[in-house]
Design a protein around this ligand. Structure first.
Ligand SMILES: Cc1cc2nc3c(=O)[nH]c(=O)nc-3n(C[C@H](O)[C@H](O)[C@H](O)COP(=O)(O)O)c2cc1C
Length: 105
């Protein structure tokens, strides 16, 4: 997001999500962060917690009808299952966590 140092706020993300849904996209993957995020201490601290994007994904999911995917240090199978059981997302994905977190291997 050039020229938008702090990125979207949640209410802006929800509006954007609704627009994308109206335009006909099949699903949303709720994730945040760019190279510039490493200079925002709040984001860096938050991103060290397991499931740090889940509540934001859940807030977006409440507002749209299409499937929502979340990610962000979903480092164990039990965390992934609880996110699905609590219907905070429809799917979870994992990137670095599956490499560094033997619980997901
Ligand atoms: C501080 C920070 C910086 C990030 N920078 C980038 C980036 O430059 N490009 C990108 O595609 N994703 C970026 N992300 C998003 C991560 O790639 C995302 O957290 C990852 O897909 C989740 O992996 P995990 O589920 O294994 O934790 C960033 C996230 C954070 C918290």
């Amino acid at each position: 997001m050039n020229g938008c140092l702090t990125g979207f706020k949640l209410n802006e993300s929800v509006r954007f999500a609704r627009s994308l849904e109206s335009a006909g996209i099949a699903y949303l993957s709720v994730m945040g962060g760019t190279y510039e995020s490493f200079f925002l201490p709040d984001i860096v601290i938050k991103s060290k917690k397991t499931g740090y994007m889940v509540d934001l994904a859940a807030a977006v999911k409440k507002e749209v009808g299409i499937p929502v995917i979340t990610a962000g240090r979903i480092s164990t199978g039990s965390l992934a299952e609880s996110i699905l059981e609590e219907k905070k997302s429809r799917f979870n994905r994992t990137g670095a966590s599956s490499v560094g977190g033997p619980g997901m291997a």
